[in-house]
Ligand binder design. Sequence first.
Ligand SMILES: Cc1cc2nc3c(=O)[nH]c(=O)nc-3n(C[C@H](O)[C@H](O)[C@H](O)COP(=O)(O)O)c2cc1C
Length: 170
Amino acid sequence: MDVTALFKFSSGLYVVSADDGGRPGACLVNTGLQVTSAPLQVSVTVNKENFTCGVIRRAGHFALAVVDESADMLFVGRFGFRSSATEDKFDGIGSAVAVTGDRYPAEHVASFVACNVVQTVDVGTHLTFVGEVADAGNLSDVAPMTYAYYHGTLKGKTPPKASSYVEGIS
Ligand SMILES: Cc1cc2nc3c(=O)[nH]c(=O)nc-3n(C[C@H](O)[C@H](O)[C@H](O)COP(=O)(O)O)c2cc1C
């Protein structure tokens, strides 16, 4: 089996974030998806070891922001290679709070949705949260960043906690 076949799946990059009243969590994912339009639902798949996963599970809601092509590796590193367990990832950048109470980045993002979790599916290493959209908005006209752009133009790597990680190939 050639697992690199899955590298040809298309996806975008997103910041998923949640606030359960304690320490907020936010991390970069490539697993944001629209699931249905009536009701309007999206899903996001988060590694159980990411701090943000526990925050979403406890909060029962999350915000999902679509990263745009203005984002640089500093922005990616902030959300994708560091942990909310030890730092406030929103410190020093523009952000806003959704109707669900979840803070999301307001810079380098094209749009956002705010969701209430209606289903949680345990897929082993990760949890898939299905959320019903409570609010949505556009923030920039810059093109959304695809995973292909991240790899090809930013020369970004895939960390072990990403759903698409394959050992030995980054
Ligand atoms: C390009 C990229 C894609 C990623 N995709 C995912 C993903 O789909 N799911 C996931 O759980 N983590 C993914 N990650 C890893 C998390 O963003 C990373 O583990 C983060 O530091 C977790 O932060 P937290 O501990 O504050 O939750 C990805 C990281 C990068 C750089």
